[in-house]
Design a protein around this ligand. Sequence first.
Ligand code: BTN
Length: 319
Amino acid sequence: MMREKIVEFLKKNPNYVSGEELSHHLRISRQGLWKHIQELRLAGYEIMAVPHLGYRLVSCPDRLLPFEVATHLNTKFIGKKIYYFQTLSSTMDEAVKLGLAGSPEGTLVLAEAQTRGRGRLGRHWISPKHKGIYFSLILRPKILPNVTPMLTLLCAVSICEAIKENLGLEAQIKWPNDIFMHHKKLGGILTELNAEMDVVRFAIVGIGLNVNTEKKNLISGATSLKEQKKEQINRLALLQEILRRIEKNYLYFGVHGGIDIISKWREYSLTLGRRIKVVCQKAHLEGEAVDIDSDGGLLVRKDSGLLEKIMAGDVVHCR
Ligand code: BTN
C-alpha cells in the first residue's frame, strides 16, 4: 500500500526528503505523491512540505490505523485481516458477525472507542476514545469447548509478556482473566464461544486495556499503564507486541498443549497462594487458592481441607 510505504520512508529519513527522491523511490508521479500526502494529512499525519526541500514527517497520529498495525507485525495469521472502527458498540458483536460470515482465524476487530464495551458477568467496560486498546480476535481452535478457558489464560499471559517486553512493567493476573498492576485493574479478557456440544466453531477473545486512560475515566480500583509508567504510552507498539505474543503462545498451545502456558500463568498469578472468596453459580466459597488445573480451572482448598475446582466465578482476594 502506498500510504504505508510513504510513512515508512519518511520515518526512516527524519530530515527532509525531496519530492523527486520520494516519487522515484515509490515509482509514482509527483501529483500521485501529493495526493497521498494529502490523504495522510487528513488521517492525522503532520507532514511538512517545503519548496526545494521536500517532505518531512513531523508527527504521527495516535491512532491504531490498520496499515500501521500491519507494518512489521510479522505474524502468520493474526491481524492479516483487520477491521478498524472509530466507534463501535462492542468489538465482540462485530467479531461474532464476522465469525458467522466465515472470517478466517486471526481476524482482528479494533475500535478506538466503544459505547457498550462489555466485561464478564454483564459488567460494562469503559472505553474512552483513543485512550485504550480495545479489540476482539476470531480464533478457530481445534479444541473441545471445555478447553476454551485455556484461550483466556493464554491471552492473559501474552498481555503480561508484552507489557514486560515493551514497558518493563510487571503485570499480574487475577484468576481467570483480569490483568492487574499494584493491586489495581489494568485490563480484562472476555472469551465468547460459538460452539456445539463437542466442537468449537469459533471463539472470540476480546481484550480491553487501559493504556493512556485519564484518571476521570478510571473507576475506583482501576489503573492505566500511563498512570503506572508515568508517561504517555505508545499504543500501537504495545498492540503489535500483544498480537505477536498471542500468536506465538497460541501456536505453541496448538502443538504442545497447555502445560507451558499454565506454568507461565502461575508465574504471573496474583491469585495463587492467597485466601480468596469466590462467588460462582453454585455457591459462595472461601479458601486458599492452591493451584490451577490443566484445563485452567482454579483449585481452592476449603477450610475443611477439601479441594474444590472452580471453572468460572468472581474472585475476591481476602488478603
Ligand atoms: C472483563 O474485565 O471482564 C473483560 C473486559 C473485556 C473488555 C474488552 S474491550 C474489547 C472487547 N469488546 C468488548 O465489548 N469487551 C472486550
